[in-house]
Design a protein around this ligand. Structure first.
Ligand SMILES: N[C@@H](CCC(=O)N[C@@H](CS)C(=O)NCC(=O)O)C(=O)O
Length: 213
């Protein structure tokens, strides 16, 4: 299988981490999103959105990172057998895409992309809005993990952990305000130390802004 990927992207990191965890050998094709390749007719025929990650398995292509997670992991210990637990796994994967990621991405953009790539100051209004959206969501995850410490579905690591955890991968560099969420921090730390997760991180994994000079 071939994965069109951009290694720093959280949506790509989670796919590579699941593939590593399950022992899939993915041929990774590294694409720079702004190189123009994603808008080429060759790539748009694989993913009409022109986005990464995109998986190619023989003649078929699959896009949307959580759908790729499901394809890789549906028949593995990372996806439950019980229908209720499967629904819970999907519940968190949908929540990650609809709520969690949209609240976190502006913080990554303002605190990482703007200063590090565009050499611009972060937009403080956008940051305040992002933090205001983030806290109620972090409180939901914190409350869930406090009642049920371990992984998001309980004792077993699942696709849901990879789907949610991916957006915290830059929590230090993007100063994502996790101070009040000890269960979220402890849960993410368990994911972060998995060899499969470590191996999925980009080579130039950024340092916290306070350490970067
Ligand atoms: N919902 C999509 C989002 C994919 C996405 O936004 N990918 C970004 C990288 S994180 C991308 O390809 N950006 C390039 C661009 O916007 O041109 C998924 O989960 O696969």
């Amino acid at each position: 299988m071939k994965l069109y990927t951009h290694s720093p992207s959280p949506n790509c990191i989670k796919v590579v981490a699941v593939a590593n965890y399950l022992g899939f050998e993915l041929e990774q094709v590294e694409i720079e999103p702004h190189s123009g390749f994603c808008r080429s007719s060759e790539f748009l025929s694989k993913n009409p959105n022109g986005l990464l990650p995109t998986l190619e398995d023989g003649a078929r292509t699959l896009w949307e990172s959580n759908a790729i997670l499901y394809y890789l992991g549906h028949n593995s210990p990372l996806f439950p057998k019980d229908a209720w637990q499967q629904a819970e796994c999907w519940r968190w994967m949908c929540w990650s895409m609809c709520h969690w990621a949209p609240a976190i991405k502006p913080m990554m953009y303002q605190r990482m992309v703007e200063p590090m790539i565009h050499h611009r100051e972060p937009d403080l209004t956008a940051l305040a809005q992002a933090e205001a959206s983030f806290h109620p969501l972090a409180a939901i995850l914190e409350h869930h993990l406090a009642r049920q410490p371990g992984w998001v579905l309980g004792e077993d690591l699942s696709l849901a952990d990879f789907a949610l955890g991916a957006y915290l991968v830059y929590h230090e560099a993007a100063s994502i305000p996790l101070e009040s969420y000890p269960y979220v921090r402890a849960w993410y730390q368990q994911l972060h130390v998995l060899p499969a997760w470590q191996k999925a991180l980009p080579q130039d994994f950024p340092q916290p802004l306070s350490a970067a000079k």
